[in-house]
Design a protein around this ligand. Structure first.
Ligand SMILES: *[C@@H]1O[C@H](CO)[C@@H](O)[C@H](O)[C@H]1NC(C)=O
Ligand SMILES: *[C@@H]1O[C@H](CO)[C@@H](O)[C@H](O)[C@H]1NC(C)=O
Ligand SMILES: *[C@@H]1O[C@H](CO)[C@@H](O)[C@H](O)[C@H]1NC(C)=O
Ligand SMILES: *[C@@H]1O[C@H](CO)[C@@H](O)[C@H](O)[C@H]1NC(C)=O
Ligand SMILES: *[C@@H]1O[C@H](CO)[C@@H](O)[C@H](O)[C@H]1NC(C)=O
Ligand SMILES: *[C@@H]1O[C@H](CO)[C@@H](O)[C@H](O)[C@H]1NC(C)=O
Length: 389
């Protein structure tokens, strides 16, 4: 594993070890005046942060907030106190992570968003707990890429640390160039990631709300191509059969980020919502779910994580095994053939600006390098993302 050290910016890092967060924020006011003014509208959060121990504040620069409010939906959100509270809480990690604590393997770090705090006044009107349904708090991915520390948030949006290691008595602050994208529910995340067949199939099976309302999930999301490859079989499915197939793609009660799939959870089987088990297998840097290969990892969603796979899983074929050397696995439904159209997509419109996760080349454990950040903010808040109901 490769560790790097980012030098603290001049005097800020050296002089501030004994400074409080409030003092450090004031000393960086030329870069952080927007954050300072937003915190001023949230006195409870500001007071809580000021007295917190062992945290990391990911502080968006003024330029980051200027980019953020270019989106009308974000302007609306920023003017809603409870939503703003959630956005700010998502920028606070629950541990102190200096730049040297990040590695080239992505780590998933719990934030204050959705974490149950002993101070109930922090969960204002239950709003912020509604923005996340991940036990222990919604996560941000942190990884070293080249010489930079990058943070990955909803829809694989990337934020880059510009100034690292500004120490204060309660922890460390890193200044970032892009506001983190608060993860949205699976249904909106699927649409925004161009997984229109999955979104349409969930809608056909009346499962959108049921999946969005779960807590702590891992969702294996077949790509549009995967659905198309069994397109001859899908028109024959009853709603009940389709439900069974889709529920077989959801692990309820375990959030399996890529870091877990390739280590702690690898080569184990997991019970799905449909009842039957799926096998997670890590071979030569690839991850397979039964015989389907994970092609895009770690789309963080409001209630867990979603990984894109290249094959639709068949609950009646749970022993299907991958051929790790093949570029395309055989379909798991005997006799099914490709159709000319992508099934379930009639009337399902993905936002044209959304991240095209289905064309991403990102492999297991790697974040996408670019291209998503600018569009991820469109769907920053689940309730303002594309509606398909
Ligand atoms: C930060 O700068 C803004 C203007 O750029 C000013 O209004 C505000 O009072 C300053 N805040 C602090 C804490 O210095
Ligand atoms: C809860 O937070 C408020 C505002 O920061 C603070 O005044 C209060 O003392 C805190 N209560 C507890 C129990 O920590
Ligand atoms: C918050 O949720 C709890 C139960 O989930 C409920 O009893 C309480 O009334 C809610 N508070 C507000 C302010 O909505
Ligand atoms: C999901 O898991 C939770 C916690 O184990 C359980 O309470 C809930 O009933 C499960 N949901 C479904 C649909 O199986
Ligand atoms: C999982 O099993 C494969 C063989 O099927 C083995 O090569 C690999 O090392 C195992 N991975 C872990 C993390 O145990
Ligand atoms: C199970 O999947 C394999 C491919 O992994 C396929 O060859 C086989 O036909 C499938 N069996 C059934 C019963 O669908």
């Amino acid at each position: 594993m490769h560790f790097i050290t980012l030098l603290p910016l001049g005097l800020a890092g050296l002089a501030s070890a004994q400074m409080s967060l409030t003092q450090v924020l004031a000393s960086q006011n030329s870069t952080l005046s927007t954050l300072n003014s937003l915190l001023a509208t949230q006195p409870q959060l500001a007071a809580m942060l000021a007295s917190a121990k062992d945290i990391t504040l990911l502080a968006p620069s003024n330029a980051a907030f200027a980019k953020f409010v270019e989106e009308p939906a974000n302007q609306m959100a920023a003017s809603d106190p409870a939503t703003l509270m959630g956005v700010l809480q998502y920028h606070v990690l629950q541990t102190t992570v200096p730049a040297s604590g990040f590695t080239t393997t992505m780590q998933f770090l719990p934030t204050m968003l959705g974490a149950t705090t002993s101070n109930s006044s922090m969960n204002t009107m239950n709003m912020t707990t509604m923005m996340s349904d991940v036990t222990g708090g919604q996560v941000v991915g942190g990884v070293v890429m080249g010489e930079k520390v990058e943070l990955m948030s909803g829809l694989k949006s990337m934020s880059t640390v510009q100034t690292a290691d500004i120490m204060f008595t309660g922890g460390v602050m890193h200044i970032i160039d892009t506001v983190l994208t608060v993860p949205s529910p699976p249904s909106t995340s699927a649409l925004d990631s161009q997984l229109t067949a999955l979104a349409g199939a969930l809608k056909s099976a009346n499962l959108l709300t049921a999946v969005d309302d779960l807590k702590d999930v891992t969702i294996f999301a077949p790509s549009n191509k995967a659905f198309q490859n069994i397109g001859s079989a899908t028109p024959m499915l009853t709603e009940q059969q389709l439900s069974g197939i889709l529920e077989y793609h959801v692990i309820n009660g375990t959030v399996g980020y890529s870091s877990l799939l390739t280590t702690g959870l690898a080569n184990e089987s997991f019970p799905t919502l449909a009842g039957g088990n799926v096998m997670v297998e890590a071979v030569n840097g690839k991850v397979f779910i039964n015989s389907a290969m994970v092609t895009i990892t770690d789309i963080i969603v409001s209630n867990g994580v979603l990984h894109v796979i290249d094959n639709v899983l068949n609950p009646a074929n749970s022993t299907a095994m991958p051929n790790p050397t093949a570029t395309q696995q055989a379909v798991a439904f005997a006799g099914a053939a490709a159709a000319s159209n992508v099934p379930f997509t009639s009337g399902i419109i993905a936002p044209t600006t959304a991240a095209s996760a289905s064309t991403s080349k990102a492999g297991a454990g790697r974040a996408r390098e670019s291209g998503v950040g600018a569009v991820g903010v469109v769907a920053l808040f689940g309730m303002m993302g594309a509606a398909i109901l």
